[in-house]
Write a protein that binds this ligand. Structure first.
Ligand SMILES: Cc1cc2nc3c(=O)[nH]c(=O)nc-3n(C[C@H](O)[C@H](O)[C@H](O)COP(=O)(O)OP(=O)(O)OC[C@H]3O[C@@H](n4cnc5c(N)ncnc54)[C@H](O)[C@@H]3O)c2cc1C
Length: 391
């Protein structure tokens, strides 16, 4: 039977916020619990490439006005695939990847992660409880409560949705430890620079791979749109990655943001061709941020006995490497699917989470597998499900 107890959502990331938009339109009550004290948009400038499936899911959830704002904010880049360069010589090494990157209107569609989060948060600010670090849940006779790190619990909800990213405790608890996130050992740095620094590249999506280092390869991926190239007040981002062992944050602290990360990116690219050097020489050091390349079980989202009142969405259910640009696209599909099933059921009902998990496992397992396979070739990573450490 439908109930008016709120749906509890853990984390205010991309997947959670889009689910919340869907629930709001269905008049289903919900509360979001976020660990941070407020929205932090710094170091979130890296660009998400949106696939046709991802765009369809977002369009299906947002109302017409929100969707227009979202679509207008997306960058649209010409070209059908990656152009790959040797960054030392500036020679083209290949010009496309097998899959087309264009998703709508023959363009590669992308948006900065911070912008996507801001747009998804539209009208939800009052419904987020900040400084709430979710560490698990307690089932009650007729519902569920989120448990916080200070030992307190939330109000009773009809359902708890864990959307708190790769370190999700809700995912661990509900799956009995079956959902695992492997640390591939590969590390990355996100950076941003004024658009004028990208003039040497021209418009397109680019991958530069430096294979000359004895300790392993270093690559960057970036996306350059036309239009803004003469305005130094606008920044584009790039994502730099290194094979295991190449990039090390001071004291192995990958939460560091700012010039420590910028310094390492500059050192790794110091011998790169003058055509690409401005991306690093002119970078906005404050926005530089480390990240770990993690991936959930490459063979697919595991099965666990369904708990009707608890489920997981986004990276909490299926984290993947940035290869293939599938993580956020898969996360928004979860939000659309779970939101739609809850709307059709008129709110929480027994069977909704089982139906969601059954459908999600199919497309999410394919995405994790594709991302992992692409990363084994492109980033030189390897996961042994028995021996690779988990996060
Ligand atoms: C460099 C890089 C490039 C990428 N490029 C692409 C791309 O091109 N295309 C693509 O589709 N994907 C890409 N991704 C992946 C994409 O960013 C993620 O898949 C997506 O952000 C997942 O969204 P989410 O809502 O599940 O988790 P997140 O966005 O990580 O949100 C989790 C939220 O939960 C909060 N939280 C964490 N722990 C707790 C807790 N215990 N209690 C309460 N709140 C908590 C966090 O503060 C955060 O707000 C990329 C990732 C990286 C790192």
């Amino acid at each position: 039977m439908a109930t008016s107890k709120p749906i509890l959502i853990s984390g205010a990331g991309l997947a959670s916020l889009l689910l919340a938009q869907s629930l709001r339109q269905s008049n289903i009550p919900f509360t979001i619990f976020e660990r941070d004290a407020s929205f932090i948009f710094r170091a979130q400038g890296y660009r998400l490439r949106l696939s046709a499936e991802g765009l369809d899911a977002i369009e299906a959830v947002l109302d017409a006005e929100q969707w227009k704002r979202f679509w207008d904010t997306c960058g649209k880049t010409g070209g059908v695939g990656f152009t790959a360069y040797n960054p030392l010589t500036a020679e083209v090494t290949e010009n496309t990847v097998p899959e087309g990157l264009a998703s709508r209107g023959g363009k590669v569609v992308g948006i900065a992660r911070g912008d996507m989060r801001r747009l998804f948060a539209d009208g939800l600010e009052e419904l987020i409880e900040w400084n709430k670090h979710v560490t698990g849940y307690q089932l009650t006779d007729d519902g569920v409560k989120a448990v916080f790190s200070d030992g307190t619990t939330s109000v009773e909800g009809s359902l708890l949705v864990g959307g708190e990213g790769i370190y999700s405790k809700v995912a661990k608890q509900v799956s009995g430890g079956r959902i695992k996130v492997y640390d591939t050992g590969a590390r990355g740095i996100h950076g941003q620079a004024p658009t004028t620094a990208f003039k040497g590249l021209g418009e397109g999506v680019f991958r530069l791979t430096d294979e000359s280092r004895p300790d392993g390869l270093v690559f960057i991926i970036t996306n350059v749109r036309s239009g803004d190239m003469d305005n130094p007040d606008i920044e584009f981002g790039w994502t730099l990655g290194g094979q295991p062992g190449v990039i090390r944050a001071p004291n192995d602290d990958y939460t560091i943001v700012g010039n420590e990360a910028a310094k390492i990116a500059k050192a790794l690219t110091k011998d790169w061709h003058p055509r690409f050097k401005p991306l690093f020489d002119e970078m906005n050091e404050k926005e530089a941020a480390f990240w770990k390349i993690t991936c959930s079980t490459p063979s697919g989202v595991p099965e666990w006995p369904n708990e009707p009142r608890v489920t997981v969405i986004g990276d909490a259910a299926h984290s993947m490497t940035p290869a293939g640009g599938l993580g956020a696209n898969t996360a928004v599909r979860d939000s659309e699917l779970l939101g739609r099933l809850l709307r059709e059921a008129g709110g929480y009902k027994d069977g909704v989470t089982a139906a969601y998990e059954k459908a999600m496992r199919v497309y999410a397992s394919a995405a994790v597998h594709e991302s992992y396979t692409t990363a084994t070739k492109g980033f030189g990573i390897n996961i042994d499900e028995k021996t690779t450490p988990t996060v």
